[in-house]
Ligand binder design. Sequence first.
Ligand code: ADP
Ligand code: MG
Length: 817
Amino acid sequence: MSINVESLRKVLELEHRKGYVDSAVFGGLDKFLKNWAGQAVESITDPQLVNRFHKLHLVNPGYASLTKQQRKEWVKAVLDFLAEEELREVEGGKAKLTPVANKPSSRSRVQRAVVNQSIDLPITVIKGISSSLATKFSKLGVKTVRDLLYFFPHRHLDYSQRKSISQLTEGEEETIIANVWQAQETRLGGRRSTEAIVGDETGNVRIVWFNNPYLAKKLATNMRIVVSGRVSLFNGRHVFESPEWELVEDRELIHTGRLVPLYPLTQGLRPRQVRKLMKGVIDQWAWQVEDFLPPGLKERCNLLELPQAISQAHYPEDETIKAQARVRLAFDELFILQLGVLSKKRDWQEGQSGSPFSVKASVLETFLKSLPFELTAAQQKVLKELLTDLGKSQPMSRLLQGEVGSGKTVVAMAALLMAAANGYQGAFMAPTEILAEQHFATIGQLLSRVGHQEEGEGYLCSYSGVLSHPLTVALLIGDINQVRKQELQQRIASGEIDIIIGTHALIQKGVEFSQLGLAVVDEQHRFGVTQRSALRQKGFSPHVLVMTATPIPRTLALTLYGDLDLSVIDQLPPGRQVVKTKWLKPGQRESAYAFIRRQVASSRQAFIICPLVEESEVIQARAAVAEYQRLSQEVFPELRLGLLHGRMSADEKDKVMRRFRSGELDILVSTPVVEVGIDVPNATVMLVESADRFGLSQLHQFRGRVGRGQEQSYCMLLAQNPSEIGRERLDLIEKIQDGFQLAEEDLKLRGPGEFFGTRQSGLPDLRMAKLSDIALLELARSEAIRLFQTDPSLGRPEHHLLAKELARVWPKDTELS
Ligand code: ADP
Ligand code: MG
């Protein structure tokens, strides 16, 4: 028999979801049925079936003229009929296990037709979920029916291959269907337990359930059960030990004989209870989920329907469809994410028009010529990309990635100079005050090579001979005195100052620019997500350049920063040395100190990174002070040591950094604040305490503080008692120099959430998508771009649901970096 159950079932389920308005098929159900039933009836040979077929008026139900209630009843009756029909077909055919195990039974089919409520209601609307059960689920982050539908198992046990008892293999997870011959309570290892003997046509096997005497009463002789679990050997005979089991009934198997889901659990939730509950929820509610993807897209990308995907992700019929379900759900996540970031980008670029800069070739050339080095090819390429962007009236939105020491600052400086040459202001923002000061110093040095420093104070310098007007650069940081600060702010507001260097607070606190044309944000992974849009709130659409030394794997970059265009400096300036990295055993501390002494003796300098103390910055600072005292009094009494920690005032920090940079200090003892950006070419040794507690990328950042000059540099890592994962990291950092490769490894070890703090970043969760899903990500991105080209506001009726979903995942006030 070959009636096409599937196509009719799909149509009817759709009709149910659409609320019985006869819109499931083009032209109406009557027309569709006439066609379908005409073919189907010919292939039915069973007289009983033909009878029922006609009773249902399948050939001509007059659906159009039924009331809604009548339609509902009729659809339900037909779905029941189809479910039975499917069952019959499987029985006659090639069922893998048993009919009931493989195909949804009629009962579940009926159930799915009964609900018509929003899936955003709390889970207590579900029959069987009490408020105390709801509390347990809320601990798992599950509050609404939707949450429950998206509460996916972390994996499945494959109990789908049925064996006969004679085929059982010791040590394997096996599934059998058998009759209970006897079941009784017994004592095993002093505990009340259950023992049963079950059999099929090939033999008998013993089952024991430890510590569970109650089963003995449930298992009656001659009951037919499905048993799934590990087979072991006892006294030379096979035995199942505490397997999953369930009755063979007219309903789908939940715990055995299939791919069985394993859910994350919390105190007070039992696996069998959750599975049973989930099965009911899926059957009843999955079909209520509106599929928000436009049909054309689904077809193009070969994606499952959403309800089907949800249901198959929980209770898959087989591995193939389970994989398809994951693809569909992962696609959704990536697609919505891409739509979100693209719409942010569009808002950014089309919200207000920016300021096109023209390339002032002579200014640029003079600047580049004055540098003590030539730009690397990679720097030149990136500079070109920047200049092209800056020439457009659409504001630039670009991420510049480049290894530690690859020379991002000078490229950014050239862009800032272009802003100033075009009469705009440029802002250069660093994550810490120390770095802001360093940039101020660096930029000062670069500019004095081009022009003459006219006036100069600690926080304000002016250079003539660079532009047609004096070029004024200011440093604006937290604790310069109030009067000066106000004066500076006034001069920024009046447009007198061309380039303003500061921390990220520049854009947050009361700084008013007169003509902000370009904002450069250094070390973006420290740059919170809300800051960028703060710029807009100031009424500017400057070009934005975000720089990071944290190499972001491409997938992650596209996922998290899909709204940014990407530039990469993938080349270090010539002559850079590989930093020799060594993980030392705790017993080698003394020789590490001796090594530092020798380096200092040949007039090099060293960093010592203090042990990481997590509680608070205050405690961290206190620990650093103690370590500094110990080192300067007990270990290196003859050397000049300095201390740097986050609780020092900017003034103090600045003093220490200056002394270190000018060679007045031999060793800089520091908390991890030294992590980013600090540039002291004469520093050749770094010692990192409790190195196992830092992430790979962070260790790589530390290491990047040395090896910036011509001398061979060294990084020594101390770890007291590293964990497994700590050891793995230390091994990797020893071996790998390439930041990108380390980032990939870091990603594998830590997962994307931790890697970038996605959880705090206001980005939607990725549950199904993996960062290795590059092809899927690119598909999602290209579909998102395509959609944006045709219907940017998602205003078309076929995109209505999609717009709704987008608004749900990305509420209006979500701010993306
Ligand atoms: P990062 O990309 O880590 O911010 P910096 O911009 O601080 O790197 O540059 C690191 C060092 O390399 C600086 O001392 C800088 O002057 C120097 N540098 C930059 N570009 C070049 C180059 N093309 N050739 C030689 N040295 C360079
Ligand atoms: Mg830098």
